[in-house]
Ligand binder design. Structure first.
Ligand SMILES: C[S@@+](CC[C@H](N)C(=O)[O-])C[C@H]1O[C@@H](n2cnc3c(N)ncnc32)[C@H](O)[C@@H]1O
Length: 221
């Protein structure tokens, strides 16, 4: 956690309650130690969804479907969510939790491959929520930019690695150095890429909110 607990708890106290089915699913996921979006990330997503009103949402990293159902709750009534998950243990729960939801499509595949196929099929999304293997974010970015509509938002979760992304690589344990390096490269890319305008927030474990520009409206120095 990047902000202190006292501030976080105060901010939570200002939030509206979750609908019962989401609250139950959140409790169940936390009990089973499934890494779902934190409360402050939930608030940010709700804000962005209500403000932007996306119609086509792509989520990378379904886990058991908590964030998928959360986004469905706060997206416009005609929005559709496509969500990608590859791990069978998670898929088993996700299939159950998302069953009967006509506005959700669960793609059971590796995200890299799914993204390539979505791009090849000229699928377009106006909101992409990236919440899967952190070390892969950079390698998926090219396909994400192909499927993201100009004007659309890319929301990247867990991008500050509990703050360690700001540390020198020499203070990072050897086993974590690859992810540290890849995340720094990813953040460098999304903050310096002509196609994106990005703000990085210390919400949760760090969330980058990137807006895909609609043309050459900003030039980097
Ligand atoms: C942090 S969890 C997602 C949590 C979920 N978004 C929520 O808040 O309810 C990340 C998920 O991404 C999945 N994942 C990781 N790498 C993946 C990949 N290459 N393709 C598809 N899913 C992947 C993991 O199995 C895990 O369930």
């Amino acid at each position: 956690m990047i902000i202190n607990e006292h501030v976080r708890d105060y901010l939570f106290s200002l939030e509206e309650e979750l609908p019962q089915y989401l609250s139950d699913l959140e409790k169940e996921a936390l009990r089973k130690k499934v890494p779902i979006i934190r409360r402050d990330v939930q608030s940010l997503l709700k804000y962005l969804l209500r403000k932007e009103k996306p119609e086509a949402i792509l989520e990378i990293g379904t886990a058991v479907g908590f964030s998928t159902l959360y986004m469905l709750e706060f997206a416009p009534p005609d929005a559709h969510i496509t969500t990608v998950e590859k791990v069978e243990m998670r898929l088993k729960e996700a299939r159950k939790n998302l069953a009967g939801r006509e506005r959700i499509t669960l793609i059971e595949a590796d995200a890299g491959r799914a993204l390539e196929e979505l791009a090849a099929a000229s699928r377009r999304f106006d909101f992409v929520f990236l919440d899967a293997a952190k070390g892969q974010y950079g390698s998926w970015l090219g396909s994400i930019l192909k499927v993201l509509e100009p004007g659309g938002l890319l929301v990247t979760d867990n991008c500050l690695l509990e703050g360690s992304v700001a540390e020198s690589k020499f203070s990072i344990e050897r086993r974590d150095r690859t992810i540290h390096k890849r995340m720094r490269e990813y953040l460098q890319t999304i903050t310096h890429c002509d196609e994106l305008e990005t703000v990085i927030l210390t919400t949760g474990d760090g969330v980058a909110v990137s807006w895909k520009t609609e043309g050459a409206i900003h030039e980097k120095a």
